[in-house]
Design a binder for this molecule. Sequence first.
Ligand code: CTP
Length: 411
Amino acid sequence: MKELKPLNGKTIILGVSGGIAAYKACDLASGLRQMGASVHVVLTSNAKEFVSPLTFQTLTRNPVHCEQFEALGEWRPEHIELAQKADLLLVAPATANVIAKLATGICDDLLTTIVMASRAKIMLAPAMNPNMFEHPATQHNLNILENRYRYEIIPPDFGEVACGDFGQGKMASLDVILTSITSMMFTGPMLSGRHILVTGGGTREAIDPVRFIGNRSSGKMGIAMADAAYARGADVTLVSTVGVERPYPVILVETAQDMQEAVEGEFDSCDALVMTAAVSDFRPLAFSAHKIKKTESEDIVLELTKNPDILDLLGRMKQNDQVIIGFAAESESVMVHAAEKLARKNLDAIVGNDITVPDIGFGSDDNAVVILTADGGKENLPRMPKRAIAEHLCDLLDELFQAKNAVAVSK
Ligand code: CTP
């Protein structure tokens, strides 16, 4: 079975400079370690004013480096060793001061020295007061780092910053930084140049302004799938009932009909559709514009009407070079029902799971699934994180694209 964590075997140096966003670097260090990376933190002396080295040492389970001239037993300082073996050097937050020093080659502390000594990929997540970010000096320095030195800059978000000012300066969200890193680090089969359309979450069908018919889907599988495809260089569009901040387009929808409209709008231009969403099969026949009061009657009969089966419709529209993967949530005879949906909906593959197994599937970070393919293939994936299932599906997409190409060439 392939490795489950996207950053397994990677060494990442996380440089933290002295801004209030330094506290967010704790979550970042922890997130990177959980994704499998060996994380080594370097703090500037200003950063130490905001967060203690002990916090990072505990989160990363590695020593934290702060001083340029540490008393060391080795002839060669460990941080120079690290700088040379690191796969990625991430500075988050990167203050205006550190950015200016890096752009001009000043290395007067450990962090700037390590950046200069490293051959690793370098990524900066600037965070500062919006006026400082907009200042021509900072913009000039970022331009040098991005265009001359090929550092990857993850732009800060707009919003209210710690000092109360409003504008662009908040460090990019943890999700955006982690997604950019997994994308930068990925070395397996790529999906570059492919447009992958992913759906996720459970649709909600309104009964009245307050109530809806919904389901237990958390949207985690769709997000994991979209993240994994993005990490492999695909152009990803996620159509989801769950809002997330991502570096790729996320179309937020609520009902099955909204989802149908959004998916149909993207389908022609996509190379693959992966439909993880739990789409409500029925919706209330009539929507009550006012809140239904309990005093109106003792019993209520809710009339439902069928929703469109999005996957079924698109299976009929599918072009020869397009791939469609569906999901099947079953409470019994998983294989039988999944195989039947695979054929009926004209899919290339279907991912079946047994929703009666406790602790996995809906709402959980993990699932155990069986993947059936239209050519008769079958793969059982034991319990694993949804992100690992997504990695398997990306490998499968790559194989399915290759198979379709081979058929097209032989014709
Ligand atoms: N699906 C869809 N539109 C629907 C219902 C389901 O596109 N109205 C898609 C789901 O996103 C999933 C696949 O069809 O990829 C199978 O969904 P599932 O709920 O397991 O099966 P259904 O086809 O709805 O059949 P049933 O609920 O009777 O098992």
